[in-house]
Design a protein around this ligand. Structure first.
Ligand SMILES: C[S@@+](CC[C@H](N)C(=O)[O-])C[C@H]1O[C@@H](n2cnc3c(N)ncnc32)[C@H](O)[C@@H]1O
Length: 384
């Protein structure tokens, strides 16, 4: 039945048959790679698809002919070894001690030499890897430093900026470093206000604070001190952003939060109300949906579990969400990965599903880092 169907038509036919509601769950490697090849090959967004298919074992005479890049691909395959990449820092995981005994913020060792500063930041658990000073960096759970050059930030010099869901302040401090006149960073002081799914909320024994081994803003505060920063941290829910309370901003940044919101349209409404200039939206793109259709605005509803992921979007889905939320997209980044950071333990031998994900992220982002999450950044303006 699929003979003769190309690209989206083929993926849609598979979808209609109910065989690939989630391509990566459903398939054997050959079938997955066939679909990946048909959907992705030829798209200018996916310059790495040939690398991905061969590196992960999806070679066919037809494909070889179409790609004609065997030497390059052999090189890539060699680099990938058995097809999965290791976190280079995985041998230095965060020590598994009793975190409850750890200090929340550092008041001692205020010297500025590299070793003292590194020891100071190492007292805390970090979400973000942040370059603090030359030779000093936080050992984050997640790694985004490689993505900074890809994100289409406007010129921030002299601008009033807002970073939403800042956690350790990776983007907020970057905005300040780029010359913003004023940066406000918001997050939740009370993390029970997070959009947990109803089932989690109904569980009386669930304690959201157990997931956080330290106050969520502890890292932000320490960086504030070390960097002698003027960024202002505020306790504010994205849904409550209000120009009367906060004023408006020349540049608003939102990183990896839409996926965690039950009502992303209401959130975007609030964001738009405080955005006078640019809105930079960076979020997760769900690889299986990219394979199902590059054109249709697809979302997969999750809404379960304590990691509170709600709407897993395709790239076209995110674009439509931003449109519905009242924004015009001006520039879109290349795909990139939110990579596991030094604090993330080594991932085990990958399953077929993991390898298929790696093939997709290599195809789309040119990055097969194990455990990485596909992302894209959109620079927008309010359209009304
Ligand atoms: C996945 S982290 C992303 C951190 C950072 N923005 C980035 O892109 O790397 C989501 C952050 O948003 C915060 N957050 C969750 N729900 C929120 C809400 N309703 N309003 C404001 N912040 C929220 C979390 O506390 C957390 O710091």
């Amino acid at each position: 039945m699929l003979e003769g169907l190309e690209g989206d038509d083929r993926a849609d036919a598979l979808g209609l048959e109910g065989q690939v509601v989630d391509v990566l769950d459903a398939v054997d490697a050959e079938a997955f790679l066939d679909v990946a090849a048909d959907v992705l090959l030829g798209s200018e967004d996916c310059p790495h698809v040939g690398d991905a298919l061969l590196a992960f074992g999806g070679s066919s005479p037809d494909l070889d002919q179409r790609l004609g890049e065997r030497e390059v691909l052999r090189h890539v395959t060699g680099e990938l070894g058995d097809g999965w990449s290791h976190n280079p820092h995985a041998t230095n995981p965060w020590p598994a001690t009793n975190y409850a005994d750890r200090p929340m913020a550092t008041t001692q060792g205020r010297g500025t030499d590299t070793a003292t500063l590194q020891a100071r930041v190492d007292e805390l658990l970090w979400y973000h890897s942040v370059d603090v000073k030359p030779g000093v960096a936080t050992q984050g759970w997640w790694e985004l430093r490689h993505a900074l050059p890809l994100i289409p930030f406007p010129d921030l010099r002299g601008k009033r900026c807002l970073d939403i869901g800042t956690w350790d302040g990776f983007y907020a401090y970057e905005m300040e470093r780029r010359g913003a006149a004023e940066v406000v960073a918001i997050d939740l002081l009370d993390i029970s206000a997070i959009d947990y799914p109803p089932e989690i909320r109904a569980n009386k024994t669930f304690d959201p604070s157990l997931g956080d081994k330290q106050l969520r803003s502890a890292g932000f505060r320490l960086l504030h001190d070390i960097l002698d920063s003027k960024v202002e941290w505020r306790d504010c829910n994205i849904y409550d952003l209000d120009p009367v309370e906060m004023g408006t901003f020349d540049v608003v940044n939102l990183g990896s939060l839409l996926i965690h919101l039950r009502d992303p349209v209401r959130a975007l409404d609030a964001v738009r109300s405080v955005t006078k200039g640019h809105f930079v939206c960076i979020d997760y793109v769900h690889p299986p949906l990219e394979l199902l259709s590059r054109k249709r605005p697809l979302f997969q509803l999750q809404g379960e579990g304590s990691d509170f992921q709600w709407w897993l979007a395709s790239d076209a889905g995110l674009r439509q969400l931003l449109h519905v939320g009242g924004f015009t997209i001006e520039e879109v980044s290349k795909y990139f990965l939110l990579r596991p950071g030094p604090r993330t333990l080594a991932v085990g031998k990958p399953s077929l599903r993991d390898r298929a994900r790696q093939a997709t992220t290599l195809a789309l982002a040119g990055d097969s880092t194990a455990g990485g999450h596909l992302h894209r950044a959109y620079r927008c303006r309010p359209r009304f």
